[in-house]
Design a protein around this ligand. Structure first.
Ligand code: SAH
Length: 370
């Protein structure tokens, strides 16, 4: 009841409203954001450009609370993964930092688990607990960015919402967190450097266009409804024709916008030249880029990664059709930090984790990896 308000839940507009409601000027919101997000200061007493009485008021009524870092791991290739405790560490989420030459990309989770049950994804096998709050989403960036700065390293330069969960099923909290990522008084990331990845929640894709201008990635994985229904069950609700319509609408008249299509390469399932041909016909006239993701295995996975030659042929075919195609290198797979390997640890409310052995047997025509 008298629980203190976690100010990490607020974007600038919400903070301004909060200060105004408490008789303070809106510029306090900008000051507070600079302290918290840019300087990494979470102790109100240190916010010396605020009056003593305001600092006292904040200390009494507010908090700036992150999840707790439970573990952090570093892969041989430099990829780092953090396990963050939420709900008093009863549950945990994961986020991953992928350092490259000039970029440091943070892969952020949006939900505790996932409801979508894509058949090749290990997060799906864990079931679902709940949406993350804005505070829990932005705290992933706060923690990692300020840890890097404290180590004398360059901070986070890019964010991809490609961790656990479906970001567009947690729309408002994700958008508020994205606001802070892009805010000049927050992390000041350009909108091109923040990517929301979706399995294709069509109505939310339409809403996205109205509220933000971030980069959009769409997990396509199959060129026709029959196969996509199997791999991404959400397709039964929003079939490919509707998804493509939403993609075209998102690109709209924006000259600089492109959709990134993600396509996981599953041996003998979706990786033939015929699949490549149909995919190119499907997306060829949409301003886009194609990311081929070699399937990352995990225990009990029913798929295998495509042969390198199949991936190369696929890439050559779609590139030959004028689609910019990149094969994503698996990063951090030695610490289970690669795509689809983020599982965190949480109580499953969907009871899917118990059911999944059965449901896997119901998937027909899928080769079983040994
Ligand atoms: N729900 C969102 C965000 C997750 S992004 C979405 O579907 O886009 C994670 C990306 O990794 C998605 O493209 C997902 O399909 C892909 N992925 C999931 N499991 C994988 C695996 N085992 N190997 C490779 N990619 C995987």
């Amino acid at each position: 009841m008298d629980e203190k308000i976690n100010l990490l839940d607020f974007n600038r507009a919400a903070l301004e409203a909060f200060f105004a409601a408490n008789g303070e000027k809106p510029f306090r919101a900008r000051q507070l954001m600079q302290w918290v997000h840019q300087r990494g200061v979470t102790d109100f007493a240190q916010m010396t450009d605020m009056s003593k009485s305001l600092r006292g008021f904040l200390a009494e009524n507010c908090r700036i609370e992150h999840p707790r870092i439970l573990t952090s791991q570093k892969s041989a290739d430099g990829t780092r993964k953090w396990l963050l405790g939420v709900d008093g560490s009863d549950n945990a989420i994961e986020c991953v930092l992928i350092p490259e030459k000039t970029r440091r990309t943070l892969c952020v989770s949006s939900q505790l688990g996932c409801m979508l049950n894509c058949t090749f994804c290990s997060t799906a096998k864990q079931g679902f607990n709940r949406n993350l709050s804005t505070a829990e989403i932005i705290a992933q960036l706060h923690l990692v960015h300020h840890s890097l700065l404290a180590e004398g390293e360059q901070g986070v330069t890019n964010v991809v919402m490609m961790g656990m969960g479906e970001p567009l099923l947690n729309f408002d909290a994700v958008i508020a967190a994205v606001d802070v990522m892009c805010d000049d008084f927050g992390y000041a990331l350009s909108k091109r450097r923040v990517t929301i990845s979706t399995a294709g929640v069509v109505p939310a894709m339409e809403r996205l266009d109205e509220v933000t201008d971030v980069a959009l990635a769409v997990s396509l994985h199959a060129p026709d409804d029959r196969l996509r229904n199997q791999l991404v069950p959400l397709n039964r609700k929003y079939p490919i024709s509707e998804l493509m319509r939403a993609c075209r609408a998102y690109v709209g008249e924006h000259r600089s916008r492109k959709i990134t299509f993600e396509y996981v390469m599953l041996d003998g399932v979706n990786d033939s030249l015929e699949h490549a041909r149909r995919l190119a016909a499907l997306i060829g006239d949409i301003p886009c880029k194609l990311n081929l993701i070699p399937f990352n295995p995990y225990p009990h996975a029913v798929y295998r990664c495509s042969e390198q030659a199949a991936i190369d042929h696929f890439r050559d075919y779609t590139s030959g059709k004028g689609i910019v195609t990149v094969t994503r290198r698996a990063r951090g797979d030695d610490i289970d930090a690669a795509c689809g390997q983020l599982v965190g640890s949480f109580h499953d409310r969907s009871r899917r984790s118990a059911k999944y052995q059965v449901s896997l047997q119901q998937i027909k025509g899928v080769p079983v990896a040994h």
